[in-house]
Every structure is written in structure tokens, then in C-alpha cells.
Write a protein that binds this ligand. Sequence first.
Ligand SMILES: [Zn+2]
Length: 179
Amino acid sequence: MAYRLPMTPEQRKRKNASIVAWRSRQSPEKKSERLRVELERKRSRSESKKEAERAATRIRRACATPEQKERARITTNESRKRRRDQFNAWQREYAKGRGHYLRVIRRARTKGSVGSYTNQEWEELKAKCEFKCQMCGRHDLERKLTVDHIIPVSKGGSSWIQNIQPLCKPCNSKKGARL
Ligand SMILES: [Zn+2]
């Protein structure tokens, strides 16, 4: 095989220029065909690479000793447990001052309502209503106040604080999805 000297920068520049000129002379049909072929080649290269990686994994697994398998199993389970614990800890931390807020988010997700309010907003609203149910007037101490959407979520009401009122549980369930 003949040994070829590496191209000088000057030669490389000339070669690139000639490739660019050749491409610019190509007809649109030829150009799109060339692009298609290049894409196809690239794709098949990455496919064969992936296939090789999969084969290597299969071989590694088949050759693993029982100890290695056990170790892999433990590592996987441990990392799953770690992730689950992390998530639970985060959720607890987040829900501490905002249990209410979390519930609103969940409800908004399931029922597709817009808006949200904070625990503080809810407390302020109850204070403004003198901690009384807006239908029967009973006090929070007598009947625990619950969140009611003035315009129900099912009728397109939002979960912004402006659409929220405190009602006791019996009044809330009596009202149901009515306005
Ligand atoms: Zn009531």
C-alpha cells in the first residue's frame, strides 16, 4: 500500500473548496438524494453501534458469576430505595407548611382546574369570614371549615383564592356541584 503524506493545510483548503463547489453544482433532486443517503448511513452506523453495545451487555450478563449477579441486584435495589426515600423526604418537607397547597395542586391536576392558593391565603380568608361557614354561619370550632369552590371546578371555576369560600362539611356536600 502506498504511503500518502498527510495533507497540508493549503491542500485541505483546496479540497474542501472543491467539495463545496461540486455540491453547489448538484441539482436539487441529486442533493436531496445525497442527504437521504448520508442520513441513512449515519442512522445505520448508530444502530449497529447500539446493537454491539446490547450484545456486549448480554455477554457480560451471561458471564457474570453468582456473586456479581447478587451484587448487581443489591446495587439496583439500593439505588431504587434511595431514590424513593429521597422523594418521600422531599414530599414531607414540601408538604409541611403547605399541605393544603399540595392538595389543591393534586385536585387541579386531576380535574383540570386553573389556579392555586397558599395555606396563608386560606387562613386569611377564614379570618375575614370570622371563621364561619358561609351558608349556615356555624363556627369553625363547631364544624370544621372546608374548602369550597364558589363556581365548581366541574363548571370551569378556578382554584384562585377569589373562587374559594369556607363552608362546613355538611353544607359543602349539600352544595355539591351546584353554584
Ligand atoms: Zn355550614
